[in-house]
Every structure is written in C-alpha cells, then in structure tokens.
Design a protein around this ligand. Structure first.
Ligand code: F3S
Length: 397
C-alpha cells in the first residue's frame, strides 16, 4: 500500500505508540483487501462498546491505546451496556456498571465523545454526500452509505478506533465507485408503511439476498419513506442480509448514478409482507417487556410515544431507547415528563439488545425486525413485531 509522508511518519512511531499501532492495523486491513492507499475520514463511529462484548481483554487494549492515543476526527460510540445515568432503575448490576464506566472512561481519555448511539446521524455525527467515514454499527453503516450517500465499510471495533486516531481508512470496498452498483432489482408491489413494516420489508430483502449470494439491492416501488422508516429498514436489511448499501428509486441519492441491475430480480407482494410479519410473531407469547428505539428513537418517535401515553399508566416494563442528546431534547420539550409519569423508562446510551438482560423477560414487543432477531438469538425472548401504536397499547393493557 502506498503511504503518504505523514502515514509513514505514523508508522515510524513519530506520533506515538497508539498512532503507530493504529496505522499498522489499517495497513494490515488494506493489504488484505488490496487497497492501494488510505483516504482521510470525516468522522468515526465505534462499536463493541458494551462491557459484555469487550470483557477484560478488550478493556486492556483500550487502556493501552488511551495511554498516548488521541482522536483526530469527530468520533462517537455505539450503545453501551447501560444507561450511564439511569442504570439502577433499569436493573443493571453494580459490578457491570463499574466495568462499563471503566471502558467509557478509556474512550473519553482519547477524546471520543461518549455519546453512545447507533444513530450518530441524528445527533451531529452526520457526514455529507460523498464523504468518507469509518463507522462500525451495521444499521448506521447501511444508513450512511444508502440514505446519505457517504462512504464507509463496516468497521470492527479496533479498525474504527484506528481510523479515529489516524483520521484515515484504507480505500477499498464501499469507498470506491466500482463497488457501489446495485446487483439485484427488487420490485415492491405493496404499500409499505411504518417502522415495523419497513423492518419486515428489510427482512424479506435481506433473506433473499443471502439466498442469492448478493449484497446490494436496487429497490423500486417505494414512493416515499421517512427517516424513521429508513433507519428501521437499514437495521433490518443489514441484520438479515448483511447489507451495507442499497439504492431506493427516487429516495436515496445514488439510485440513478449507476446502471439499474437487470439480470437478477424478484418481486415482493402484500402477501409476502403478511407472511414475513407472521414469522416475527412467536406462538405462546406472553409479553412482559415492550421496547421502542431500535435503532435509537428519534425525537419524532419520542413525541409520538408521549402523545400515546399521555394520562395513561403502563403495566409492563417499557423502555424507550435513544441517544442522550435526543433524550435531552425530549426533557426540554416536556415529552420525558409525560413518558416517565406514565411509568415508562428511558434507556439512553443503551438498548434492549446490548444491555445485559438475557432471560430477564419472557416476551418482548417491538416495532423493529432487528430487535426481533436479537431478542430471540441473544436474549432468548419470545418476540412480537407491531407498529408503535400497538406497542404502546400492549404496554398499557
Ligand atoms: Fe441500535 Fe441496539 Fe438496535 S445498537 S440498531 S438499538 S440492536
């Protein structure tokens, strides 16, 4: 890989140990993927933040990097294992909280903004069209590439941190035009509405892509979509299909930049949506937990939940998972008061998947197909998907 003078200096240790180690990680990655050089990144998002994922080995690596490492670009974190301010109310164990804070402190020491969110694009870590970034959370990577038209591969925890410390990433994969073409034409012949239904659509497309061995769908037949619907779709298609980029005709910015795929195509009907929805509702379901905010809830979603909860009381554990800055806006707008008076809880900085709650509940209701996947696979809950309104109704019934 060709290095600039500055990158060579990094490799020679002129900027300290953490920078040297970081550039070594990036060179190894670049060599594996045949990159001929690096590209400057505009921002970074780091995943693998929960102490449950990091463990002591991960924490040791972070502490070592934090000895002399400082980030060069705006960097935020993916959700951690707990709400940093409200962990006790969410039933998080004290020992876990102590270890989670040790990890966050190591990130903070490197100059990372310790906002823990999978929707960095909603809270100011927002690239523009065409900008190169190094993000790690799969749903956010898919959103950045597809909805914004920024460019990122799906980074692992160490490579994202290495990019933050050097301000660079190897130029391969989705950083290059030639890898951003649609591969499969998807024709949607059904009306798709709401975060839950966009999640169902993401599962259908993701499952089909896996079957076809393809990654980038070109989707036609969706006349409009909100930010919330797109973030749900991104989370789902990334979960079920490993998709990091899609084009949606008339909606995403690069849909007409490359030739439309013609060789492979499939159609999606209303009955496909209904069938897949039923796959996301388990039999013998006893719901004792409701969670909205996968990916992290926007202020629009919180406002909606507040209006549905006004004057009511929840009877089940009900979490709204969101980014801390979004929660602060909800506080100022008075939405948090309404929600908390109803007995629902904010779980900022975390979510129902990364928090250590395995086995704590029997059944979860969500509006997210991604949360259904991990609710089953990671936390061993039974699951039900439904629109936000039905989730709120379930919590209060
Ligand atoms: Fe975000 Fe957690 Fe869902 S990280 S995408 S809320 S699984």
């Amino acid at each position: 890989m060709k290095l600039t003078l500055e990158e060579q200096d990094m490799l020679d240790g002129k900027y300290g140990n953490a920078t040297q180690k970081s550039v070594e990680i990036l060179i190894t990655l670049g060599d594996i993927f045949d990159a001929d050089g690096m590209v400057d990144v505009h921002g970074v998002q780091i995943a693998g933040v929960s102490y449950a994922n990091l463990g002591e080995a991960g924490l040791e690596f972070l502490s070592e990097m934090a000895e002399d490492g400082k980030v060069r670009v705006l960097t935020t974190l993916n959700p951690a294992g707990m709400d940093r301010e409200n962990w006790q109310a969410l039933g998080i164990d004290e020992e876990f909280a102590k270890n989670q804070n040790r990890a966050i402190d190591a990130f903070a020491k490197m100059g990372i903004i310790t906002t823990c969110s999978c929707t960095p694009y909603l809270i100011g870590n927002s690239p523009h069209y065409g900008q190169h970034i190094a993000w790690a959370e799969s749903s956010a990577v898919c959103y950045a590439n597809s909805v914004i038209g920024a460019r990122t591969n799906r980074e692992g925890g160490p490579s994202a941190l290495a990019s933050a410390i050097t301000g660079k990433t190897p130029k391969y994969g989705y950083h290059l035009d030639e890898n951003r073409h649609g591969e499969v034409l998807v024709k949607v012949n059904a009306a798709v509405n709401g975060t839950d239904e966009f999640g169902v659509l993401g599962k259908i497309i993701g499952d089909k892509l896996v079957e076809l061995g393809k990654k980038i769908p070109y989707i036609e037949g969706i006349p409009e979509a909100t930010i919330e619907e797109l973030k749900s779709f991104c989370a789902s298609v990334a979960t079920y299909g490993g998709t990091a980029l899609f084009h949606m005709e008339g909606i995403t910015p690069e849909y007409n930049k490359y030739p439309k795929p013609v060789d492979i195509s499939f159609e999606i009907s209303q009955s496909d949506l209904n069938k897949t929805r039923s796959e996301l509702i388990d039999d013998d379901l006893e719901i004792d937990f409701v969670s909205i905010g996968c990916p992290h809830a926007s202020i629009y979603e919180i406002e909606r939940i507040a209006s549905l909860l006004k004057g009511k009381k929840v009877k089940k554990e009900f979490w709204i998972t969101t980014a801390r800055p979004t929660k602060r806006i909800a506080d100022e707008a008075g939405y948090s008061k309404i929600i908390e008076e109803a007995g629902a809880k904010f779980a900022a900085d975390t979510c129902c998947v990364v928090a250590p709650i395995k086995g704590r509940f029997k059944g979860i209701m969500v509006d997210s197909a991604k949360a259904c996947y991990y609710g089953r696979a990671k936390n061993q809950f039974k699951v039900k998907i439904g629109p936000i309104k039905e989730c709120v109704e379930e919590a209060i019934k």
